[in-house]
Design a protein around this ligand. Structure first.
Ligand code: MTE
Ligand code: CO
Length: 427
């Protein structure tokens, strides 16, 4: 007999649960990670019959919309309180260190709002298309869904991702240094089809996209891009967009800075020149060392980061380990990712596993038998245009240190003999 369920000496199920939780919490405090088998109750390990095998579980539909296991409560978006003055105009970061593969679960996609989340009743939703067109349109959500549709997997990176790191290593965790990126499958209408339906005048050159949030955030987009690969998306990862991501419709602008992916999209106006809105003059321009500002940095340059090990996911012991990370490029496909263990002196090609798509994240792995010595971990993305992700020093030579946006420099993590990981820079 494996384990006697009737045994009186055994603590009650609820007490054992508490003990397991306490052990888990201890491990969490000590290492920053959740409980593993070694921290738990050996009575639950094979060949014993664990407590969860002795009871019937919840039936179907007890949880009409599924949630992650309660043991994954730490896998959440987080913000940095001192970064912004108010939560309505702020950012929460994707927990990249807890994820694998390339798709970001919808509930973990970072959020960036300028005036909070607009709550739009889809019955009252309308998208207006006007300006230099033959036939202005007012489209309902049902109208949008009636157009031919496509599915596309793309990354979205905020131009301000890694923006706190221009003057040196700042934030201890890839969630904070690199977590303003997500990669999602979108379903929507090619913007080209909507523009064709309206009919473009011959002098049409630019498009203004405006959101329905309290910021009425708006940006100018060259018509060439709008006619190329942009979508008006209403679904992410199969289901309707989340309110945080622009429900019921947002612009998808593959490879371009996140700011231009207007959420809660309400208006598209065709014009013959850019509008020079707040978000493309006062914000989202790049102040150079010369004191001049660069405008319209639309494309996101190739970038990568090791997500594990990283400050929030330290190593728990010597031996075989899989170094894992993400890479992406706004110019096309990732061709190669290199990994260095010695701060960029020596490089080896990482293994890319899974889909390699245009303007989407790729997942890379580098296997290493760690003997407990200090390492300086780096990754370097190369895209199919031949562009190589620069070092932070090389980037600063061109850009100075006054920028906020478009920091795609190589990240360094120092792995200490204790297994802990720190955000550092190497010169
Ligand atoms: N669209 C509207 N209407 N309002 C906003 O505040 N934020 C922009 C963009 N679109 C924003 C918006 C910025 S700066 C970014 S980085 C992305 O949305 C963030 O998209 P996400 O919240 O889905 O991650
Ligand atoms: Co942004």
């Amino acid at each position: 007999m494996l384990d006697d369920p009737a045994s009186a000496s055994r603590p009650s199920a609820s007490r054992r649960r508490f003990l397991a939780a306490a052990a888990g919490a201890g491990a969490l405090a000590a290492s920053g990670r959740g409980a593993n088998a070694a921290d738990g109750n050996p009575k639950n390990l094979p060949p014993n019959v664990p407590e969860w095998t002795r009871v019937l579980g919840d039936g179907v539909a007890v949880r009409p919309y599924g949630q992650p296991s309660k043991f994954e409560k730490h896998v959440v978006r987080r913000d940095v309180a001192w970064l912004t003055a108010s939560p309505e105009s702020s950012v929460s970061f994707t927990p990249l260190h807890e994820l694998d593969g390339i798709i970001t679960p919808s509930g973990l996609c970072f959020e960036r709002h300028h005036a909070g989340i607009a709550e739009i009743d889809p019955a009252d939703y309308g998208l207006m298309l006007h300006g230099l067109v033959d036939k202005p349109l007012m489209l309902t959500l049902d109208d949008l869904k009636r157009f031919p549709r496509v599915n596309r997997i793309h990354f979205l990176e905020c131009a301000a991702n890694s923006g706190m790191e221009w003057r040196g290593a700042q934030l201890n965790g890839c969630q904070y240094t690199h977590g303003m990126v997500h990669c999602v499958e979108y379903t929507g209408v090619p913007l080209r089809l909507l523009l064709q339906e309206a009919g473009l005048k011959t002098n049409a050159k630019w498009l203004l996209a405006e959101g329905a949030d309290a910021a009425a955030m708006n940006r100018s987009i060259p018509l060439e891009k709008a006619l190329d690969d942009c979508l008006v998306a209403y679904r992410m990862n199969g289901e309707m967009l989340r309110p945080e991501q622009g429900y019921p419709a947002r612009l998808v602008v593959p490879g371009w800075e996140g700011n231009i992916w207007v959420k809660w999209l309400r208006r598209l106006k065709v014009g013959d020149q850019p509008w020079y809105t707040r978000e493309e003059t006062s914000k989202y321009t790049d102040l150079l060392a010369s004191g001049r500002a660069r405008k319209f940095t639309f494309e996101m340059d190739a970038k990568s980061v090791i997500t594990s090990p990283s400050p929030q996911t330290p190593l728990r012991g010597k031996g075989f380990t899989v170094i894992s990370g993400l890479a992406w490029s706004g110019r096309g496909k990732i061709k190669r990712v290199d990994v260095s263990l010695d701060g960029g002196r020596n490089w080896r090609a990482a293994k890319i596993d899974g889909l390699v798509l245009d303007k989407a994240c790729v997942r890379f792995y580098a296997e290493h038998d760690w003997n407990g010595e200090e390492l300086l971990l780096q990754s370097r993305a190369v895209d199919d245009t031949g562009y190589v992700q620069p070092t932070k020093a090389a980037l600063r030579e061109v850009r100075g240190i006054n920028s906020i946006y478009h920091n795609n420099g190589i990240q360094t993590w120092r792995l200490l003999p204790s297994g802990e990981v720190e955000n550092v820079e190497v010169s």
